[in-house]
Design a protein around this ligand. Structure first.
Ligand SMILES: *[C@@H]1O[C@H](CO)[C@@H](O)[C@H](O)[C@H]1NC(C)=O
Length: 591
């Protein structure tokens, strides 16, 4: 499937119109996020003023045990391997390229640090695909047991668009870490995913149909929202053997769901289905109410009585001036000196409204006004009655569902062999840490006490201490906070860069997220600049026009540049529509 660039552009324009409300909320949400530059700058400011803050606790590895427990200690590389999977380009004649170019690092946080020596796994590149995985020492099977999945997410640069979820991969002999990708089968996908106004903590379970052996993704119907902050946030998933799933955020329960009731599509298909062969009989009556066939129009019902009649009782107001005309020749007008009666014809003064009429009820001939007619009845219609022939709503007869099966314990998941992060994100420096996968709610809570609960309050204090300083730096804002008039050229460049970056991953998302760019930011900008230039020139002093001209010129170049870039972005998007669709399927595998 290929899209033409023209079609893409029109779709873009269309979308831009409908999503601006979304964009608005994105902008307000995004205003809380600041770029890493601001954070860098203010961390150094803060480190000089940490005197008032408590001393940071020092990281010590936990003694707790679990099926899989990860603190990104120095031997982490023995467990974690980045993916070198090729892009899934089946059916395309393009040369294969390496899909997961995003880099990973294990390092301490550079924003709101709450613990000394506490390293985590960090997504290093903005607007790139990242994939990394770690095999479990032995496969994890939760049959008849509670499963607890817990990990920390720290959005050091905020999150405007991207995923921060983990995947627990199906145990599989052919599970090669090198080839981990969006198509690697997983059992659970859990964690934050945000783009624009969409913000959720995903919970998706891949479930095997015991009849066909095929897998299907079951999505939690109403997922809770992720907290988009730069402090560490703790995500916990508990799946009990009684099919109850619990999601906790920072130790607080934010969701309880029943696997059998709260997922779409349902884990189990319905026992009975409508018989596709059953058809509604021709003579089936399903009209509930009908006009009463017995009713007759009353003798005295006059359908022709007009809605309004002349008010015969009205009298002319006393101050009405019947003799005065509504307009008179302008008494102040004079015949122009160069008027030539021969050539221009007889000069006639223009008319103006008669000043004598200004302060009275009216001038000229008076007529009686209209009033609503008390006799007016309109068209007669018969009153409605219950239809005596009514048989009720027709529904097809039910038959046994030939594809029916019943898994009474979807909480018994497929065995899991590895954990992976396979994400695309607009914001770099997302940090993952302190992963617990096991069967003890108690141990997971103890683990959180040693890690998250130690550092989180301190991170919040550091955040508080730094906040005013961050707000003092308007130049370090995120592109969504930019105001067009402050610096039009910068505004256009930033918006376009943002659009371009998102479009590489997902053109549709880019259009939703940066509608200005999609709508042809360039053309719009030229118009606005022209208007501003006009206003300033009209009202301004003599020095202004020169400068305005320069700004307008610069902006025009930038805008032309921008226009090309939009076209390029859209056509790149179109060219790689297929890739995008493939990639989208990971996200929709996850959205
Ligand atoms: C499911 O099991 C858990 C743990 O035993 C329990 O706390 C919860 O109340 C149970 N839920 C239901 C709906 O039975």
């Amino acid at each position: 499937m290929r899209f033409s660039a023209t079609a893409a552009i029109s779709a873009a324009a269309l979308l831009a119109g409908t999503v601006s409300a979304d964009a608005q909320s994105v902008i307000s949400e995004a205003s809380s996020s600041v770029s890493s530059a601001a954070s860098d700058a203010s961390s150094s400011v803060a480190s000089s003023s940490t005197a008032s803050l408590p001393e940071l606790p020092t990281f010590t590895p936990t003694k707790l045990k679990a099926d899989f427990l990860e603190q990104f200690t120095d031997d982490w590389e023995a467990r974690w391997k980045p993916s070198h999977a090729k892009k899934d380009t089946k059916g395309s004649d393009k040369d294969e390229e390496w899909a997961y170019v995003g880099e990973w690092a294990v390092e301490e946080p550079h924003v709101y640090k709450g613990m000394e020596g506490d390293k985590g796994l960090v997504v290093k590149n903005a607007a790139a695909h990242h994939a990394i995985s770690a095999k479990f020492p032995k496969k994890i099977d939760n049959k008849g047991k509670t499963l607890v999945v817990q990990y920390e997410v720290k959005l050091q640069n905020g999150l405007e668009c991207g995923g921060a979820y983990l995947k627990l991969l199906r145990d599989n002999k052919a599970l090669h870490q090198d080839e981990f990708s969006n198509v690697s089968p997983y059992v659970i996908m859990f964690g934050p995913d945000k783009c624009g106004s969409t913000n959720k903590v995903h919970l998706i379970i891949n479930h095997k149909n015991p009849k066909t052996g095929e897998y299907e993704e079951k999505h939690l119907q109403t997922p809770p929202a992720a907290r988009i902050v730069k402090t560490t946030e703790l995500y916990t998933l508990i799946i009990h053997p009684n099919n109850t799933a619990i999601i906790k955020l920072n130790g607080e329960q934010v969701k309880e769901a029943n696997l059998l009731e709260d997922f779409t599509p349902a884990f189990n298909p319905p026992k009975e289905i409508d018989d596709p062969k059953d058809k509604k009989p021709e003579d089936w009556v399903d009209t509930v109410r009908i006009p009463d066939p017995e009713a007759k129009k009353p003798e005295d019902w006059d359908e022709d009585a007009p809605f309004e009649v002349v008010d015969e009782e009205a009298t002319m107001p006393e101050d009405w001036l019947e003799k005065e005309p509504l307009t008179i020749p302008d008494p102040e007008a004079t015949k122009p000196e160069d008027w030539d009666d021969e050539e221009d014809g007889d000069w006639v003064a223009p008319t103006v409204s008669n000043p004598k009429c200004d302060d009275v009820s009216g001038c000229g001939p008076w007529t009686k006004p209209m009033k609503s007619n008390p006799e007016y009845k309109g068209k007669w219609t018969a009153p409605m009655i219950d239809n005596p022939e009514y048989k009720g709503e027709w529904a097809p007869r039910k038959i046994k569902n030939p594809d029916f099966f019943e898994d009474k314990h979807p909480s018994n998941l497929e065995p899991m062999g590895a954990i992976g992060f396979e994400i695309w994100t607009m914001q770099s420096d997302i940090m993952f840490d302190n992963i617990y996968i096991g069967h003890s709610i108690e141990d997971a809570a103890k683990f959180a006490d040693e890690t998250f609960n130690e550092k989180h309050p301190i991170e919040q204090l550091v955040e508080l201490a730094e906040k005013p300083k961050v707000e003092d730096r308007p130049e370090a804002k995120s592109p969504n906070d930019l105001v067009f008039l402050d610096d039009p050229i910068h505004y256009i460049r930033e918006k376009l860069d943002l659009f371009f970056a998102i479009a590489q991953n997902d053109p549709v998302q880019a259009i939703k997220f940066v509608p200005e760019a999609a709508a042809g930011l360039g053309a719009v900008a030229v118009t606005i600049i022209a208007i501003i230039a006009g206003i300033i020139t009209m009202s301004g002093g003599s020095a202004a026009p020169q400068k305005v001209k320069k700004v307008a010129g610069d902006a025009k170049t930038a805008a032309a540049d921008a226009k090309d870039k939009v076209a390029e972005a859209v056509s790149t998007g179109a060219d790689s529509a297929k890739d995008a669709v493939n990639k989208r399927s990971t996200r929709s595998t996850g959205s």
